[in-house]
Ligand binder design. Structure first.
Ligand code: FAD
Length: 622
């Protein structure tokens, strides 16, 4: 052995999943080795320099609430913040940050360097050490062996990665980085099934060569928010993004490259992200549309490099360049890097338990893009969960699994493990049936107590949650008791287009009206403003959401409780599904493959009907 110590957990890969996994396991007390191919690309943002967005922002808040680091790193390095969907209900509000790409990676590296218990090793892992169907370490390209009690694989897009630009193709895990070989082949020998996916990225250009006067400016929020529930620094100087559009001339030039397109000519076999198509895919599929939106986003606070969001392409670089220059504001654009597509291996996630441990090899965990997901946020939360579970396993503690009714993280892992995915999986609010309660504003209330019980969320986080809970309850009580006279309020109600009142009314009743907000009341009623002035803005917001959406929230909680009852029916050991003729053929096949741990989990497998569940209940004697 090269270095004499045995680690508790080895994390392979320092992308978004690997960084969270290493930080979580180490902060819980495990001795961790982070092995990554290139220490200069720790937490590299492979594609867009941004964190959060619809449903993804909720995930970052959840990671933070549990005691993860992605939210803190984002807050320290963002250059613009926007709360998306403010005009919709609070379940849809989604924080999004434009990040400084280089600072983001630097901050993650500093975070890990300052985390006790994390050792680093820069090299490619080429093999896994497996004894008695249990992982015991990894082997590197130099032939170095490191031993550990658990391993978390987070190889991202690197496993047999193949980059395509026009007719050129070459091995790589990302532009200018080597692909990883050896791991897929060994896992297949160990009985794993592997698949192939693809993703793509747009060109980057020199911001000095663009004419922003021809574009629409998109500034950040006037009062920028943050991701972390801790007091991370407030963003002072924001950089704007810009919006422009493609046009028929751009499309015409792009079409000239179709005969060299790796996608249209069948050289790319893997399926790509449905909701993040390349520009050639968009003009091909929506031939009647004469323009597509392009977001021009800065790559950092001081760099001139700009990211061309919406123009992902694997057409030949000269075609990309010619087409770009026909976009309004891009007439003199200089290109820094061409866009490209990449194909890589993934492992269908139905081969995992809900802890992200593989079913074939004990103490081996998979997290991130290797599981068929796409996105930094999806990767980060899996890394966090795999890191926690690897630590818990090594230290003889209980597995940590989040339910669908508790977190987007629970929805994501449950979907992956039970339904699998054959195209890159990204999170949407529509995937979460309990989204009314899984909001970005209450991730701390939902998850920090769990993170604290695990030993990951700090005392400070827990104290803040307790304060928020206490204050929210006090504000609700105050508004339930506070009476308002018609003479005090009718003027305001008329102004807001809301019906006037004829007798004194509790504040809570006025706030239940859709067009009456707390700010209206505090601006109009000085005593109310004074009495509520002692409370934190977060507590006030929480109280108002609870009041305005009370009936929906109660309904959601009831539904979650009902579903939760099915989770209590644990399937002990292996049921012999082959001996259950009453099961449908599809259900039998899926149950055999997934081997659910509870009746609740069985019920969520696509193809398992309520009738099949009744059969299982009979076999379980329920
Ligand atoms: P990665 O961020 O890929 O990190 C993997 C890490 O593992 C790297 O540090 C690598 O060096 C290391 N590694 C790999 N193999 C080994 C080995 N054998 N030994 C040691 N270290 C190893 N997401 C979107 O949401 N939208 C997009 O449009 C989008 N486009 C993308 C375009 C491209 C070209 C690429 C490459 C990615 C794109 N992504 C996109 C995906 C996004 O980058 C990933 O989802 C996210 O980075 C996954 O995180 P991860 O931690 O799983 O893996």
């Amino acid at each position: 052995m090269f270095q004499q110590e045995e680690y508790d957990v080895i994390v392979v890969g320092a992308g978004h999943a690997g960084c969270e996994a290493a930080a979580a396991a180490a902060n819980l007390g495990s001795k961790v080795l982070l092995v990554t191919m290139n220490m200069n690309t720790i937490a590299q943002m492979s594609c867009n320099p941004a964190m959060g967005g619809v449903a993804k922002g909720q995930i970052v808040r959840e990671v933070d609430a549990l005691g993860g680091q992605s939210g803190i790193v984002t807050d320290k390095t963002m250059i613009q913040f926007r709360m998306l969907n403010r005009s919709k209900g609070p379940a849809m509000w989604s924080p999004r940050a434009q990040s400084d790409r280089m600072r983001f990676a630097e901050e993650w590296r500093l975070t890990l360097e300052q985390t006790l218990n994390v050792d680093f090793w820069q090299e490619a892992v080429t093999g896994l050490l497996v004894e008695n169907e249990t992982i015991v370490g990894v082997k590197t390209a130099l032939g170095v062996e490191f031993r550990s009690k658990a391993v978390v694989l987070t190889n991202g897009t690197f496993l047999n990665g193949l980059i395509h630009i026009g007719e050129k193709q070459f091995g790589g895990g990302r532009a200018a980085e080597k692909a990883s070989s050896g791991i897929t082949e060994q896992l297949i020998e160990l009985g794993f099934e592997a698949g192939r996916m693809k993703t793509g990225t747009p060109p980057r250009v020199d911001g000095r060569s663009l004419d922003y006067s021809k574009m629409e400016q998109q500034p950040g929020d006037e009062v920028p928010g943050r991701f972390s529930y801790l007091d991370t620094p407030t963003l002072i100087k924001q950089r704007p993004c810009y919006i422009t559009y493609t046009n028929p001339e751009v499309h015409e030039i792009l079409r000239t490259g179709f005969e060299k397109s790796p996608m249209f000519q069948g050289r790319i076999k893997g399926l790509g992200p449905r909701y993040c198509p390349s520009v050639e895919d968009k003009i091909n599929r929506f031939a009647d549309k004469d323009r597509h939106q392009i977001f021009v986003e800065p790559e950092g606070s001081s760099t001139v490099e700009m990211y061309i969001n919406g123009f992902s392409s694997s057409l030949p670089e000269d075609v990309q360049y010619q087409a770009l220059r026909k976009i309004a504001g891009f007439e003199n654009a200089k290109m820094f890097r061409p866009g490209y597509a990449i194909e890589y291996d993934f492992f269908p996630p139905t081969q995992l338990n809900l802890t992200l441990e593989t079913k074939h090899v004990r103490n081996l965990y998979f997290a991130g893009q290797i599981n068929g997901t796409t996105g930094y946020e999806e990767a980060a939360c899996q890394g966090l969960m795999a890191g926690i579970n690897a630590h818990n396993r090594v230290h003889g503690k209980q597995p940590f699994v989040l339910k669908r009714s508790e977190a987007y993280i629970g929805v994501l892992i449950d979907d992956l493990v039970n339904k699998g995915t054959d195209e890159p999986y990204r999170m949407f609010t529509s995937r979460a049936e309990h989204r009314i309660v899984l909001r970005q504003d209450n991730a701390d209330l939902r998850l920090t107590p769990m993170g604290y019980a695990l030993g990951l969320a700090s005392e400070e986080r827990m104290r803040r949650v307790e304060q928020k809970q206490r204050e929210t309850a006090e504000v609700i009580e105050y508004l339930q008791k506070k009476s308002i006279e018609p003479t005090e309020i009718n003027g305001l109600l008329t102004e807001l287009g809301s019906a006037t009142i004829s007798e004194k009314t509790r504040a809570v009743n006025l706030l239940r009206r859709p067009n009456v907000e707390l700010e209206h009341l505090t601006r109009h009623l000085p005593t109310l403003a004074l009495e509520l002035g002692q409370y934190q803005p977060d507590s006030l917001e929480q109280a108002i959401i609870a009041i305005k959406y009370e009936s929906y929230i109660q309904k959601e909680h009831l539904q979650a409780a009902r579903v939760g009852e099915l989770e209590n029916f644990v399937i002990q050991g292996r049921l012999d599904y082959k001996q259950m003729p009453a099961l449908s053929h599809e259900a039998r096949e899926k149950l055999l493959r997934v081997q659910p741990e509870t009746i609740g989990q069985a019920a969520r497998i696509s193809g398992v009907s309520p009738a099949d569940i009744s059969v299982l209940m009979v076999y379980l004697g329920k």
